[in-house]
Design a protein around this ligand. Sequence first.
Ligand SMILES: [Zn+2]
Ligand SMILES: [Zn+2]
Ligand SMILES: [Zn+2]
Length: 136
Amino acid sequence: MKSAENILAQKGIRPTAMRLLILEYLQEQPAASGLSALEDAFDHADRVTIYRTLKTFEENGVVHKIIDGSDEAKYAVCFEDCDESHHNDMHAHFKCKACHETFCLPDAVRLPLFPAGFRVDEISFIASGVCPRCKS
Ligand SMILES: [Zn+2]
Ligand SMILES: [Zn+2]
Ligand SMILES: [Zn+2]
């Protein structure tokens, strides 16, 4: 995995301490994180700063937003080659009913290709069930 510093440099985002911390945190998570989880993890930072950081990341193709049907959006680091004009996160997500975590499934499940002429800007495919960790 690329370092947080490399990713920010590559996307042309100024690497402030807060941005580096949040990106490193997101890289370490096995599942996607919501704003409230980030607030808990960075209780010295204010909510607006965290939110703006996520927005900057999202707008520059660093993280993608996942709408999983819970009351807040979740964010996960992009695996695909995303940039400021377009996200290519055409992977499915999995929401665990036991731990309520939402995981990216980057390799396991690919979404169908769309017919020529359709440009997909946003897509949401959420499978729900029990994750391997909760199953045992
Ligand atoms: Zn993306
Ligand atoms: Zn689980
Ligand atoms: Zn994802």
